[in-house]
Design a protein around this ligand. Sequence first.
Ligand code: FMN
Length: 356
Amino acid sequence: MNWGNKIHLTVFGESHGPAIGAVLEGLPAGEAIDMEKVMAQMARRAPGHDITATPRYESDEPKILSGFLNGKTTGAPLCAVIRNSNTHSEDYKDICHIPRPGHSDYPAMVRYHGFNDIRGGGSFSGRLTAPAVFAGAVCRQILRRRGIDVGAHVLSIHGVSDTPFDPVNVSAELLEDLSSRYFPTIDHAAENTMRAEIAAANKMGDSIGGVVECAAVGIPAGSGGGPLSDGIESVLSSLLFAIPACKGVEFGAGFHAAELFGSEDNDTYFYDGKTVKTRTNNAGGILGGISTGMPIVFRTAFKPTPSIAREQESIDLNTKQTVKFRVHGRHDPCIVPRAVPVVESVAAIALLDMLS
Ligand SMILES: Cc1cc2nc3c(=O)[nH]c(=O)nc-3n(C[C@H](O)[C@H](O)[C@H](O)COP(=O)(O)O)c2cc1C
């Protein structure tokens, strides 16, 4: 449950335990952090606040135990605890012997010999992204002071698409606006169509997935690690794939680049008077794992929420029989809107780690 080279993040807790939390080590001392802004980011991810999300209401108020004094980081590990207050553990009693298709129940049971806390998905729950958003909201304030902005939008939900970023021209203002909204889309009309799609799936007792597109601007050319493992794509993806339900990450033109000629894919250079720029940005701002100075642009695919109300088949591990069952409990019909601040947050943590 820990990650990082220069910035170390540890996330702890279980969905239905007393609390979850984060320890963030390696932050510079003396960085002013506006905790109201941190809370605003956590509220974007918190459950029970929007009709498209799980009705499990949690206020997600972080209690800071160390590393923060008089509004500034002290340089000691920053530790925050978030209490779990709204648990219905009885909803999970069948899952101990009838694993949910699509969730971590079966492989986790084998991996931990049945001793893992399965209630609410235990430590595999999407709830564990709350501490990550706390940590990311802190990191992004430090990045913003250094002229680096991160923001994301819902690019698509179940085939309904938003306007993508213009990869050569992403403004800090656009990113700030997107990262202040619960259901951020560039084309405001797309939000309503996406919401209708989620409502329709929910009505059928089903779930849907989608894609989050994220951009980071202000990163100077030449940043990032060596070609073997510390490249920007490797570092970012290692945290993005840690977000539950993330099943794909692509940078720049991504998988589409495989269909292009080199002459189409290559981003040609020019001087804009002050700096080197590229006319296109199929590389997503990264070549050789190192920043080119262009916006870093990537997309993260989220699968449909595995816990659905519709009847499904599974197996009873006690009787070894195939059974039909329904998942009880309160679940997100679509993870994507709540995943947007999580993507932004882990991107901020990864970028601060690389730039520290
Ligand atoms: C913000 C967020 C909320 C989530 N909510 C749910 C949920 O309500 N029900 C559910 O079954 N899975 C939910 N998930 C996804 C599961 O945690 C995830 O699919 C599961 O742990 C298996 O991991 P994998 O899909 O990455 O393989 C959520 C994920 C995130 C990021």
